[in-house]
Structure formats: C-alpha cells, structure tokens
Design a binder for this molecule. Structure first.
Ligand SMILES: Cc1ncc(COP(=O)(O)O)c(C=O)c1O
Length: 403
C-alpha cells in the first residue's frame, strides 16, 4: 500500500498549497488573473521579453519552417541548424567556443552534474581507456538550487556542502580532500537570497586545488555584466575551468537550458549526458525566439539599464521603512518577514491590492526566515514601484501595531 492519498488529505486539511493562483495572461510584468489586473513583483521575465513582438515573430517563423517539435534526440537525427546557431550565440555570450543546449535549466543541471563524474566510464563504451582512475567529490554551496542538489545526488559521487558563500569553509574542506578531484558548484546569483557568488575567490580556489568550477547563472544570464553575460562578466573574471550554466526561461523569455564550455568539453558532454542524447531539445520555434532574444540583448542595453534603475529606486524607497532587506546586489531583492504565516499574510494583503509577490518559506528558505521575494523588472514603472512601497509601508505599520 502507498500513502499518497494520506499525504494528499493531510496537505489539504493543513491548507498547504501554492497560493499564487492561475493567470490568464503572462506577467510582463502586468497580468490578468480572475478577470482582474495585477502587477507582478516576482516574475523571472526580468527583461519583459517573453511576449515581445520580435520573439513572437521569430517563433512564428520557426513554426512555419520546422513545425511544432523535432520529435527526436539530436544525436539521432533531431539536430537542426537553428540549435547550432543558438549554441554558437550562447557560447559567444559566455566567452566560450561552444554551448550545449538542453530542454530546461533543471534538465541541464541534472544532465551535466550527474554525468560529469561518469564521463571516463561512459567513454569506455567508445574504446577510451583512462590513464588514472579519478575519484570526484562535489563541493556545493548550501543554498544551491534544488536541480544542482538532484544532479549531484544522481551522479552517485560524494557531496560536501559549504556554508553560503563562505570561502574559508570551502577552503578548509578542499584542504582536507586527499587524492580526489573536486568539482565546486555554485549558483552565480542565488535565487532565494539575491546574493552573488564570490566568483574570483571561487576561481582562485579552483585553480589552487585543480578543481572544475560549475556556475549556475540562471538568474544572472541577460542581467549581470555590461552585455548581460552573467557573473563572469560582472566580475570580469574568466577561466577555462568554469562550466557556465544558464537558463533560457528567465531573462531570455523562452524555455531551455545550456552549458557554455570550450569545444572539447562540449563534445564530452554531448556524448556522455543522457539528458542530451536520450531526450529532445526545446522545440525549434523556441530556439528561433531565443536567437531574437539574444539580438535584443545586444541591441537594447537600455532594457537592462531600466531593470537596474528600477532595482535602485525600489531599494532607495524601501530603506526608510525599516524592513530588513536581505541583499541589494541583484534584481532579486528579498525582504525578510520571519514566520511563514506572517509572510503569507503579507503576500495576501499585497494580492488584495493587485500586487503579486512570492512568499518564500521553508523548505525554500531557512525556518523562521520567510521572505517576500521581490524580483525587479525592466517593465516596472515608477508609479508601480511607488504603489508597492506605499502598501508595504501601510501593512508594515499594521503588523507592528495590530488593531
Ligand atoms: C538557480 C536556478 N537554477 C536552475 C533553475 C531551473 O531552470 P529552468 O526553470 O529553466 O528549468 C532555476 C529555476 O528556478 C534556478 O533558479
């Protein structure tokens, strides 16, 4: 017997379900839900590209040219020119000679992290014989995305967690390693914290300890750096040791994930990652739309500028209200509320006034550190930001002095 129906009843009776509702239109950042207009302060559509006419037009052309899907692994006849073009563009964005495309960011992390440590064993199938047998160990920031944790678990390799962005802790773990090859994995921008990984320090440690460094730039691609190149561009810090992972479902507005790497590494990943070879890539119309998104990233730097202007304006207006803002470095600006129930009350109060903000609580955030995850957007107007800050001021007063 299984206990899934028990679990379902328990969840229902404890009102544990997601509260963000069903939307009739895409947040750009305004959207319609239940016949009412809302403004989203929690959408990944950071640059408001997802329904941009250029992306929609390119997707339509892709549909006309290729149809709705490719129905095939790229290793087995499903390879289309449009994927190669997209990979070349993504590689260039990340200063690498190639990129490998996957169907989502989640699948990218699972597919690459689970197979990296088995590459030698898998290459044996093609006749490769390793000179030495390496043992890999993953070193993972405690706040890394769940897809990273799942990918590492699937690899079967040991994992050591280091405290969030704590380079001394990471160094002490690396020093204690004996004869193993480290793979250090970190989000570039942490999705629930809004912090940026200290990339130059990570690169220095990777070089010193002969490690591979894997950076998940899901929330940095298209956003950080002068050209939207991500964490490396932000710090002007590049290294052949870095595997640059990114998603295509956030700032770039469509769906997909990728790793940007040098060509030899790309070949290894294409041959050894089942998530590449044993399933399909994103549909070709998405790839066409993404090429248009990359064009816009180059042609309209003012979009990114507007996002940063909005981010600064929001923080400047929020500061005097006395909330604890957990970080101010990225487009993700989490405001600490504390107990999960109180945070949900805040989110509901905002929703009543037509604002959508995610309440993020355990297990996505540490217990007792529930937060409102404000995500700033290039499409927000000053009036919309003023509106949300005014509401936060009002409900903050009510929470501090309940009637
Ligand atoms: C840090 C991070 N990595 C990976 C992913 C997965 O990306 P995707 O939504 O494209 O599957 C996410 C998405 O939430 C993320 O925040």
């Amino acid at each position: 017997m299984h206990d899934l129906s028990d679990i379902a009843h328990w969840l229902q009776s404890h009102s544990i379900h997601h509260e963000s509702g069903v939307h009739a239109t895409l947040p750009d950042p305004s959207f319609i839900s239940g016949g009412r207009k809302f403004i989203s302060f929690s959408t990944n559509n950071y640059l408001a590209l997802a329904n941009h006419p250029r992306l929609v037009g390119a997707a339509k052309q892709g549909l006309d040219r290729y149809g709705v899907g490719n129905c095939e692994s790229r290793l087995l006849g499903g390879d289309l020119e449009v994927y190669r073009e997209l990979e070349a563009r993504l590689g260039a964005l990340k200063h690498k000679s190639d990129a490998v495309l996957f169907v989502t960011g989640y699948m990218t992390n699972i597919g690459v992290l689970s197979s990296l440590v088995k590459a030698s064993m898998l290459a044996r199938l093609y006749g490769y014989r390793a000179k030495i047998r390496r043992k890999y160990v993953y070193y993972s920031d405690e706040f890394n995305h769940v897809s990273i944790r799942d990918g590492i678990q699937m690899s079967g390799a040991p994992r050591q967690n280091y405290r969030h962005c704590d380079m001394n802790h990471l160094e002490s773990l690396l020093k204690a390693a004996d004869g193993t090859t480290p793979i250090i994995v970190s989000d570039g921008v942490f999705s629930m914290e809004g912090t940026i990984a200290p990339l130059p320090d990570l690169v220095a440690l990777a070089e010193r300890f002969g490690a591979i460094l894997y950076i998940d730039d899901a929330h940095a691609t298209g956003i950080l750096g002068e050209n939207g190149g991500g964490t490396s561009e932000h710090f002007n810090c590049y290294s052949p040791n870095i595997i640059q992972m990114g998603t295509l479902s956030k700032a770039l507005g469509a769906i997909g994930g990728f790793v940007a790497v040098d060509r030899e590494m790309a070949d290894v990943i294409r041959l050894t990652s089942a998530a590449y070879g044993f399933t399909c890539p994103p549909p070709p119309d998405q790839a066409s739309a993404l090429i248009a998104a990359l064009d816009l990233l180059e042609e309209e730097p003012q979009r990114r500028q507007r996002l940063w202007d909005n981010q600064r304006y929001f923080i400047e207006r929020m500061r005097p209200l006395g909330y604890q803002i957990l970080s101010t470095e990225t487009a993700i600006v989490p405001v600490l509320i504390g107990e999960a129930e109180l945070c949900l009350q805040y989110a509901r109060a905002l929703r009543e006034e037509g604002i959508h903000v995610d309440s993020v609580q355990f297990p996505a955030a540490p217990l007792g550190q529930a937060r409102l995850r404000f995500m700033m957007n290039a499409g927000h107007t000053r009036a919309q930001i003023d509106q949300v800050v005014d509401i936060m001021e009002r409900i903050g007063v009510t929470a501090a002095h309940p009637a």
